[in-house]
Design a protein around this ligand. Structure first.
Ligand code: DC
Length: 224
């Protein structure tokens, strides 16, 4: 039997990636965190394509896209992101990356560069992919589509805790501002904006634990 293809989209810090990881383990399928790919390109741009004032030179980045090789490596069950053979899994969570990633993600060349590799990963089935445009653009024929949402207060608490757990200093208000700003840019961009696919199952997990959200999603996937 072909294993399912599952798309998870939604607002920032609704738990998409950590939930997808658990569901992937339970179903024995692959998990792809597509946000990490956009973050990886953003980190590359900050390191290699900055203007003198510290802003990113988009033209320079676009001309160098072919030099960016992103790869997930399985390290004892944990998928670690490598950029040109360097482990960048911690770097992609920094504030600098979070503050610039939506600008990078709205460039059509960047989206086109990542589109084909995301699609080919799902060709054989057995994948859960989380992001912003998975159900609408990347995998419109996915077997299951979910769209996660939660209140801004709850999402701020979650992201703040995630940063502290990673050892990254954070200010709750700044975390909140970044989430609001990113969701706005991601929803309003011209290409592949963050939006709910018409056939997606919407789950508001403001008052649900991670485990409850997973159980709810599994009840649709396993039809229990
Ligand atoms: O899931 P995340 O917060 O790590 O994603 C970081 C950014 O990447 C997000 O603000 C928008 C962008 N993104 C996107 O445009 N399309 C995707 N499929 C995944 C992420």
């Amino acid at each position: 039997m072909k294993k399912p293809v599952i798309a998870i989209d939604g607002y920032s810090s609704t738990g998409k990636s950590s939930i997808s990881k658990v569901i992937a383990d339970k179903l024995g399928i692959i998990h792809l965190d597509t946000g990490a790919l956009y973050r990886g390109i953003t980190w590359y741009a900050l390191e290699n394509c900055s203007n003198e004032d510290g802003s990113i030179n988009i033209d320079k980045l676009i001309s160098q896209l072919n030099e960016i090789h992103l790869e997930f490596v399985n390290n004892e069950g944990e998928l670690v992101l490598y950029l040109n053979n360097k482990n960048i899994s911690k770097e992609i969570r920094t504030h600098e990356v979070s503050d610039n990633v939506s600008l990078i993600a709205k460039q059509k060349e960047v989206r086109a560069y990542l589109l084909q590799s995301q699609r080919s990963i799902a060709d054989k089935g057995g994948v859960i992919m989380d992001g912003r445009d998975i159900g609408t653009v990347v995998l419109p024929n996915a077997d299951f589509k979910f769209f996660l949402t939660a209140s801004i207060e709850e999402r701020t608490k979650r992201r703040y805790k995630e940063l502290l757990d990673l050892g990254i200093e954070a200010d709750e208000n700044q975390v909140k501002e970044n989430l609001i700003e990113r969701d706005k840019t991601d929803s309003e961009r011209e290409i592949a904006p963050l939006k709910q696919a018409e056939d997606a199952i919407v789950i508001d997990n403001t008052h649900l634990t991670k485990r409850e959200t997973i159980e709810k999603m599994l009840s649709y996937i396993l039809k229990i």
